[in-house]
Design a protein around this ligand. Sequence first.
Ligand code: ADP
Length: 244
Amino acid sequence: MISIKGLFKQFGELEVLKGIDLEVGKGKVVVVIGPSGSGKTTLLRCLNVLETPTKGSISIAGQTLDFSGGVPKKNIASFRRLTGMVFQSYNLFPHMTALGNVMEGPVTVKGENREQARQKAAMLLQKVGLGDKLDYYPHQLSGGQQQRVGIARALAMEPEVMLFDEPTSALDPELVGEVLKVMKDLANEGMTMVVVTHEMRFAREAANEVIFMDKGVVVERDHPENFFTNPKHERTRQFLNLIR
Ligand code: ADP
């Protein structure tokens, strides 16, 4: 579903991604961990073309963008629609209800009929456990509820892949579980997901593969069981010791 080849990203002099190669199969869940500043968010933002890689190529669901000859001029908008992004800070429209937030993309970006978009949005909000909050505004919702609206909003665009950038980091501890449950349900339904998170329990329980990034490279990748019980690289061991 995803194939990243030789991906580099530079911000001025700072090289943040230094040749990432990564394959993610359809329906697989990959959790990306690593120290702050290792390039995890930048990698996700490159997948969504919120950042333009300096070099390399990304293929998702059979569409490829190659950045080696500069910024591709075509197909960025359609490529971006292959992925749905969930941000740490929710990024909901404050002046729109939960329903309005979820309908917005399908209506304005995809030109879907309002009534159909409304029905789909209501169904998705139901799915994330917010069927009774359709008309609530973001400020009337808890952080966990807002993040679940964020997930429903990304799903409404019917992406091939869901990208999560520390989706629970801004939440009070008691609200983390409800968001992780929605993510686990999605994984069980076969959604392909790339998740940057510090939630090691989620990684153990839901990931098919855990990837450890440090200083812009993938240091180690393995099935969660091997990864956590028998990490091969010293840097991985040090990191796991710090967060455990
Ligand atoms: P992580 O998600 O692993 O914490 P990031 O991908 O957010 O790492 O950041 C990696 C490095 O890139 C950091 O040093 C950060 O300061 C830098 N960086 C990220 N975005 C930008 C930007 N837009 N401009 C300049 N530097 C950036």
